[in-house]
Design a binder for this molecule. Sequence first.
Ligand code: AHR
Length: 334
Amino acid sequence: MKGLGTRRKLLALYLGLALPFGGCIASHEDEQENKDMIVVGFSEVGAESDWRVANTESMRNTFTEEAGYELMFHDAKQKQDNQITAIRNYILQEVDYIVFAPIVETGWDEVLEEAREAQIPVIVVDRMISVCDQSLYTAWVGSDFRAEGDAAVKWLDEKLIEQGRDQEEIRIVHVLGTEGASAQLGRTAGLEAGLKAHSNWKLTARVMGEFTQAKTYEVILDLLDQGTEMDVIYCENDNSAFGAIQALEEKGICCGPEGDVLIISFDATRAGLTYCMEGKIALDVECNPLHGPRVKSIIEQLEEGKSPEKQWFVPETYFTRENLNQELIDSREY
Ligand code: AHR
């Protein structure tokens, strides 16, 4: 690995050269300050959900100049190609660290090989990557999406027993998130296991919600227009749940733990929890987006020459109407 802070040295060199020729008004203190800045190139998935916005804010609020960082931010607009291009640009610019929230799990080997050749540490955040050689990235921090799916299935199982519906046919509509994203793969795997374990659970439809309210609204409305019957809608994030609720309400269908349709969701954003407290979302499994300080802690360990944990799973919980109140919702950061 090359010495950390190449970009920092380049900045110092630039300032040193600029002063005599261009009349650059950087003082000695400015020069010293810039020299010490850690440059982080971050490529974010996009802005598809409230969760994502909170994640972006967490990164922006953490990697500030006051904290000693220069953050280069890139919005990939949900396209893997855009992320690959951004990573290549960060390599060219010799940033100190490359951080990215991968849209999908596969297809990263080549570009990460390039980052390795350039000796730039890569930190993966939120979703995971699937690479042949684990040394292509330095560390990952994010959620255990499979565990989230399992928690949702366990809750549904218990809820149906409590309602005395565990022998009834339960018609489930599954709204998928972005295909190939860890959040989709893990949550889907949880549901798949639940379907296998319960012969009375029937998958009546599987539709693409892309983690967005607009897309889910459209697909659920379509299903309702076709007369698809549903007892449960398994939405793979809060914004998807908002779209499903919007479509159901438009058709006069009531959702909630005691309503016609049980909505299961993931994220537990403030808006999601508000719906949950109102009873519209029956279960909201937490997915924590506040990764800025966690990534910073990984970088700090690297700066100190330490080896951070390769994988860091964030502890998470789940919410129902029963364990929610306004004070709790207001106290949450996202
Ligand atoms: O990868 C995390 C998921 O992506 C969140 O559940 C979702 O809201 C986001 O878009």
